[in-house]
Design a protein around this ligand. Structure first.
Ligand code: ZN
Length: 339
C-alpha cells in the first residue's frame, strides 16, 4: 500500500513540475539567396527552461539575420539542434548546439541546461547513469502488390518526424496509401512512437541527415557521422534500417557520394510547401506536374501540407495514379525494363 501511495506522490510531483517525455520540437527552416537557417529546439512546457532556450535561440537567430541580408556575400548558414534526456525521471538535461558558417568562418557554441524537476532548480551538473531503452522492437510491416502497368507516383515527406506527422499518417491510412518519409536523426527519439506507426503502416523511411546541415561543407568524418548517427537512431528506436538517403537541401557532391552506401533519392515534383502558405497552391503544384514515375516532395512539418495532401490524393486517384514508396517505384521501374 505504502509503495503505491509513494508512487502516486512521485507521479503527482512529476506532473506538477512538468517533467515528462512528451516534449515537442519547434522547427524553423528558412532559405533565401543570402542564407539558410535550420533550427530545432525543444519545448518542455517548463516555463523557466523554455524561456532560457527561447532567449538563446532568439539572440542567435536575430543577430544572424541582421548580419546576412546582403546576398552578394557567400551563402551563410545557421544550424541549431539539440539533445534532451530525462534522467531517472527527475533530471532534465538539454544541450543546444549551434553552428554558424559565415564569411568562410565556422562558429560553434552550446547551451547546456541541467534542471532538477523535483526541486525545480537549475543545477550545475547531473550524475548521469544512462538508462538503456532496449525494448526488443518487433516490426509488422504491411506489404502491397503493385501493378506495373498502372501510372505510379511517389509521395515523399522530408524534415520530420514532427508534431504534424500523425495527421499526415492518418490521411495516408484513410486512403490506404503508402509514402516515404525522409527523417532527420535528431528528431527520431522525440517522435519515436509515431515513427514506428509510420513504418508499421507500410510506409518507407529514408535517412535525411542528423541535423540538416549543408553537406558539401562538411569534412569526411562529419558527413559520415550525419549518416551513421541517423541510421543508428532509427534502428534503435524503431527496429528499421533505411536503405535510401536524401541529402539536406538536395545537394551532395562527388566526394561525399563515394562515402555512402545508401541509394540517393532526390525528387522531380517540388510542391514548395515550406514556402507557400496556401494549401490550394501547394496542391495545384503537385497535381499540375504529376506524371508517371514522378517523385513529389512535401514536408511533414506543416498543417497546410496535410490539407494539400488530401486534395492531391483525391485528384491523382481520380486520374488513375497508384501511390508507391521509393522502393516500390524502383521495383516497378525494374519490372518494366525487364518486360
Ligand atoms: Zn530537408
Amino acid at each position: 500500500m505504502i509503495s503505491i501511495k509513494k508512487y502516486f506522490i512521485i507521479l503527482t510531483l512529476l506532473l506538477l513540475c512538468g517533467c515528462t517525455n512528451k516534449e515537442l520540437t519547434k522547427t524553423i527552416m528558412k532559405t533565401n539567396d543570402s542564407y539558410i537557417v535550420s533550427i530545432n529546439y525543444p519545448i518542455t512546457s517548463i516555463k523557466r527552461v523554455d524561456n532560457k532556450i527561447k532567449k538563446y535561440i532568439d539572440n542567435l537567430y536575430n543577430s544572424f539575420i541582421e548580419k546576412h541580408t546582403d546576398s552578394k556575400q557567400e551563402l551563410a548558414e545557421l544550424n541549431i539542434d539539440y539533445t534532451s534526456d530525462l534522467i531517472k525521471e527527475r533530471f532534465l538535461k538539454i544541450v543546444i548546439n549551434s553552428y554558424q558558417y559565415s564569411n568562410k568562418n565556422i562558429f560553434s557554441n552550446s547551451l547546456i541546461i541541467n534542471y532538477d524537476c523535483l526541486t525545480k532548480k537549475f543545477i550545475n551538473d547531473i550524475p548521469i547513469h544512462e538508462i538503456s531503452i532496449n525494448e526488443n522492437i518487433k516490426l509488422n510491416i504491411q506489404k502491397k502488390i503493385i501493378n506495373p502497368k498502372k501510372k505510379i507516383i511517389a509521395l515523399t515527406f522530408d524534415d520530420g518526424p514532427s508534431y504534424y506527422t500523425k495527421s499526415i499518417l492518418e490521411t495516408l491510412n484513410k486512403y490506404n496509401i503508402k509514402a516515404t518519409f525522409f527523417v532527420i536523426g535528431n528528431k527520431v527519439k522525440t517522435y519515436k512512437d509515431i515513427l514506428k506507426k509510420v513504418i508499421e503502416s507500410g510506409n518507407e523511411i529514408g535517412n535525411h541527415t542528423y541535423n540538416h546541415k549543408l553537406l558539401s561543407r562538411l569534412k569526411d568524418d562529419e558527413f559520415k557521422e550525419q549518416i551513421n548517427k541517423t541510421q543508428e537512431l532509427i534502428k534503435e528506436y524503431t527496429g528499421y534500417s533505411p536503405t535510401i538517403f536524401r541529402p539536406s537541401y538536395g545537394t551532395i557532391n562527388k566526394r561525399l557520394k563515394k562515402m555512402i552506401n545508401l541509394e540517393i533519392v532526390l525528387w522531380n515534383i517540388d510542391t514548395l510547401d515550406w514556402k507557400y502558405k496556401s494549401y490550394k497552391t501547394i496542391a495545384k503544384r503537385a497535381i499540375s506536374k504529376a506524371r508517371d514515375g514522378g517523385i513529389i516532395l512535401m514536408h511533414d512539418t506543416h498543417k497546410r501540407s496535410n490539407d494539400a495532401l488530401k486534395i492531391i490524393i483525391e485528384e491523382l486517384l481520380k486520374q488513375g495514379f497508384e501511390f508507391v514508396t521509393i522502393s516500390e517505384l524502383n521495383e516497378v521501374k525494374m519490372l518494366r525494363n525487364i518486360r
